[in-house]
Design a protein around this ligand. Structure first.
Ligand code: NAI
Length: 270
């Protein structure tokens, strides 16, 4: 390990179980010398194994529903107390669509569900940054990262309204990132990750076909959760200080492919 985050303090949202991308980020951040607070929705505390992760990484857990300004206020205040100062890095690793969960087709969305989905998956990122910005809770050259998927730019029919939520999330990263950079020298980016077998990932209809197609299309193959964690660590480190307002593809090359030999083989008649 490289001590890339030595002395840095952070908040990590979204570690549900050991498959979660946020879980791997927490493990890697710990290995790189960071101290951080773990947070998740109160309901997720009962379902997942976040306590094991906290014990393993010497961190405290503060429950927060990422759609609640009160919860987020409390989270940021308490995190600064526990960590003894301002925050250097924040990971937003949160996504949820009620339309997906309830099996509603995209062309037949229920709009209460749509609203809840964008609040959890996109507007929560604005809320988190609102509190960090207005409380001046971030150190200069701090880094904020959210996780996204390429359905924000291209059509993946079964991704449903999560595609729209991700487009919204990526736009918030740019819009808020401008003010955060200008006023506090904090950078804000999204990482657009390959399909990854996690609870959220496997909620997408046809996920198995989806993940093997992406694997065959990508010259380097799909990026794993651990590889995503490594990339995230680089964005939290001082080695990427001038990277901001970006949507960064971490997908083994998938996003720039038209077709690969491996996919063509399946469609070529002998
Ligand atoms: P996961 O299911 O392990 O993590 C999703 C997290 O969101 C859970 O910890 C859940 O408790 C949390 N969450 C849901 N509602 C919340 C709320 N109201 N307040 C606070 N937290 C809440 O799955 P994964 O895959 O690790 O997801 C992390 C991020 O990565 C998500 O933004 C997801 O969309 C994104 N992503 C996932 C991909 C995949 O194929 N798994 C691909 C590209 C991006």
């Amino acid at each position: 390990m490289y001590n890339l985050l030595k002395g840095k303090k952070g908040i990590i949202f979204g570690a549900l179980d050991e498959n979660s991308i946020a879980w791997k980020v927490a493990e890697r951040a710990h290995e790189e010398g960071a101290e951080f607070v773990l947070t998740n929705a109160p309901i997720a505390m009962r379902m997942g194994g976040i306590k094991d992760l906290a014990a393993k990484t010497g961190s405290e857990i503060i429950p927060a529903d990422a759609t609640s300004m009160d919860d987020l206020n409390n989270l940021v205040e308490k995190s600064m107390e526990i960590l003894g100062g301002k925050i250097d890095f924040v990971l937003h690793s949160i996504g949820m669509s009620v339309n997906v969960r309830k099996g509603r087709h995209y062309t037949d969305s229920k709009y209460d569900f749509t609203t809840k989905g964008w609040d959890v998956s996109a507007v929560s990122f604005h809320k988190v940054m609102n509190i960090l910005y207005n409380k001046q809770a971030m150190n200069e050259w701090g880094s904020v990262v959210a996780l996204t998927y390429m359905a924000a730019q291209r059509v993946f029919p079964d991704y449903n309204d999560m595609a729209d939520n991700k487009a919204y999330l990526e736009s918030i990263a740019r819009s808020f990132g401008y003010f955060f950079g200008r006023d506090h020298k904090v950078r804000v980016n999204t990482i657009s990750q390959s399909p990854t077998p996690t609870t959220a990932g496997q909620g997408v209809k046809g996920f198995d076909g989806f993940i093997s197609y992406a694997e065959k299309m990508s010259p380097l193959g799909n990026a794993t959760a651990l590889e995503c964690a490594d990339y995230t660590i680089s964005l939290f480190s001082d080695l990427t200080k001038k990277v901001t307002l970006q949507n960064l593809f971490h997908d083994g090359g998938f996003s720039n492919m038209g077709v690969s030999d491996a996919v063509m083989e399946r469609f070529t008649e002998e």
